[in-house]
Ligand binder design. Structure first.
Ligand code: SF4
Ligand code: SF4
Ligand code: SF4
Length: 310
């Protein structure tokens, strides 16, 4: 099919109209629910208790019906390199070599699990122009694949570089990230699979405020074991996943981040648009056409690749 000017214009107008209705929907959607102390859930990861067994990875893999990993979950060779969550591993555990001494035994090797932090003010939600990412009243940041455009703004916006992108179906690509086992953990109070599987209780699930109290208590009682910092209490406006550590958090890739969520470029654009009541159809239409064209190109490339592999 040739991408003619007529077709481009037709697609542009159609896309613009489609975007308009989606934006209208999003404008009324409550995707920035206020954080309620009572209902806000979280997980506390005590990295001083983590033994790097990767049972959390395995449980997450099974619960989310992800592809079987290339190496078994018992294989510790994965620790040779730093890993990030992928479309087939929504959480990964990394090892950080330590330097223990008699007075600082906590500086032994540290293991820390990585997954979506479920920010209280999630930049991915703000960046998504169609509202495919939302935050539930409990605090889980969840994804709706049926309205995702595949623009990947969320990936750019996330300060923790979490969302991964699944290209398996070029026409219907998916953003993949930890959903906090939202179906059950935030609905019924049951533990997420990773927390349930952890043999050392290095992951505790519960009310975020109660977890903060617990974390403060641990720091107060064992200053020799913990640094005086609950990672996620304030970073980027606070996160539902919280971390305790026995060494500076930067050393275990918990980045030093400001106390505010990153600026919300797309949200500001949307607010401006609605404030003045003008919807620049051409802009959104053109964006839609570009995405359509990109998806088509990826599809063509994967077809060609498929033919070459035959
Ligand atoms: S960690 Fe990233 S993907 Fe997860 S809620 Fe925060 S901004 Fe969104
Ligand atoms: S909460 Fe669920 S999806 Fe998230 S890392 Fe744990 S098991 Fe995986
Ligand atoms: S299951 Fe628990 S102890 Fe094992 S790697 Fe995961 S967080 Fe660490």
């Amino acid at each position: 099919m040739n991408f003619t000017r007529r077709l481009f214009l037709k697609h542009t107008v159609a896309s613009g109209a489609g975007f308009f209705s989606l934006f209208r929907k999003k404008a009324h959607a409550k995707d920035h629910l206020p954080v309620s102390d009572e209902s806000q859930v979280g997980c506390l990861v005590d990295t001083t208790l983590c033994i790097g067994c990767r049972q959390c990875e395995k449980a997450c893999n099974l619960n989310n019906n992800l592809a079987k990993p290339e190496v078994p979950f018992t294989d510790k060779s994965v620790f040779r390199e730093m890993r990030r969550p992928t479309e087939n591993a929504l959480t990964v555990v990394n090892e950080y070599v330590g330097n223990p001494s008699p007075d600082q035994p906590q500086r032994a090797n540290t293991y820390a699990k990585v997954q979506c932090m479920h920010c209280l003010d999630p930049s991915c939600v703000s960046a998504c122009i169609v509202g495919a990412l939302t935050r539930t009243k409990d605090g889980a940041v969840v994804y709706n694949p049926t309205i995702c455009l595949g623009c990947r703004y969320c990936m750019v916006a996330c300060p923790f570089q979490i969302p991964a992108y699944e290209y398996e179906d070029a026409l219907a690509p998916l953003v993949k990230k930890c959903e906090f086992c939202a179906d059950f953990s935030t609905g019924t109070g049951a533990d997420p699979s990773c927390a349930k599987a952890c043999p050392t209780e290095a992951i505790l699930f519960g009310n975020r405020n109660e977890l903060l109290d617990l974390a403060r208590d641990r720091i107060r009682k064992r200053p020799d074991r913990y640094i005086d910092h609950i990672y996620g209490e304030h970073e980027v406006g606070g996160t539902s996943w919280l971390y305790l550590a026995g060494r500076p958090t930067e050393e275990i890739d918990l980045l030093s981040l400001p106390g505010d969520a990153p600026p919300r470029l797309t949200e500001n654009i949307q607010h401006t648009i609605f404030k003045y009541g003008a919807i620049p159809l051409a802009i959104y239409g053109a964006l839609g056409a570009v995405m359509w064209h990109t998806n088509r190109k990826q599809n063509t490339e994967s077809n060609v690749e498929g033919e070459n592999n035959e």
